[in-house]
Design a protein around this ligand. Structure first.
Ligand code: C5J
Length: 220
């Protein structure tokens, strides 16, 4: 077992039953002209998570531990995008509209792809998910069960939306979940801080959080 100095208390995991989940590090959420920006967000906040997420990925790759990447994407015909999701609010471009990186959040379009710094390596699992949570309408649960994964270490964006939703789904399914603090970001710093607090409140009601250095120190 490896034990990490985490909050609200130590997080222990067996590498044989642990996977890294990198949530939605897609061009559409991080680069200019993508979905994040069309919603009116300041995308510059996202940059901070890229380096730490890459370090985390490198750590897992060096150890030969499993890695899962997720992408929030929809089918070309939008049959998996509820009208409530597409029509809500007043973004400058809606899901499925044509933008500078192709159709917004559509599978196979350049904007829906994972950013080059974090691009999946051969053999890493990639999950396309139509919802915020990565377990909803995907085969993630079955894939993790087949590999006997019981602990999940999280990175990605955005902290309070797809990362938190997936951690809550995982927690309800019995996984032990650790979020690496610098490897996740929000367009709203106060939402990131509040989400980290929520996750570890009440004795880790959703899971744990830890700085990247704490994980590195525990592994090396
Ligand atoms: C959002 C995500 N925020 N990946 N998606 O719509 O968090």
């Amino acid at each position: 077992m490896i034990t990490v100095d985490a909050e609200p208390f130590e997080f222990s995991f067996d590498p044989a039953n642990t996977a890294l989940i990198v949530i939605d590090m897609q061009r559409d959420f991080i680069e200019p002209g993508g979905f994040g920006e069309t919603l009116g967000n300041d995308i510059s906040h996202m940059q901070r998570a890229i380096g730490p997420a890459r370090d985390l990925l490198d750590l897992f790759r060096a150890q030969g531990w499993p890695v899962v990447h997720t992408r929030e994407t929809h089918r070309h015909d939008l049959s998996d995008c509820p009208p409530a999701k597409r029509e809500r609010g007043s973004p400058s471009l809606r899901i499925g509209d044509h933008g500078p990186m192709g159709r917004i959040l559509i599978r196979g379009e350049p904007g829906a792809e994972i950013i080059p710094d974090l691009f999946p390596a051969e053999g890493e699992i990639v999950i396309d998910k139509p919802g915020k949570g990565a377990f909803y309408a995907t085969s993630l649960g079955e894939i993790l069960a087949e590999r006997e994964i019981r602990s999940l270490i999280f990175a990605g964006v955005t902290t309070e939306v797809c990362v938190q939703t997936t951690m809550r789904e995982a927690n309800d399914r019995g996984f032990e979940c650790l979020l690496i603090e610098e490897a996740t970001e929000s367009y709203f710093p106060q939402f990131k801080a509040a989400t980290l607090d929520m996750i570890r409140a009440q004795g880790g009601i959703v899971g744990w959080t830890a700085p990247l250095q704490a994980l590195k120190a525990a592994v090396n």
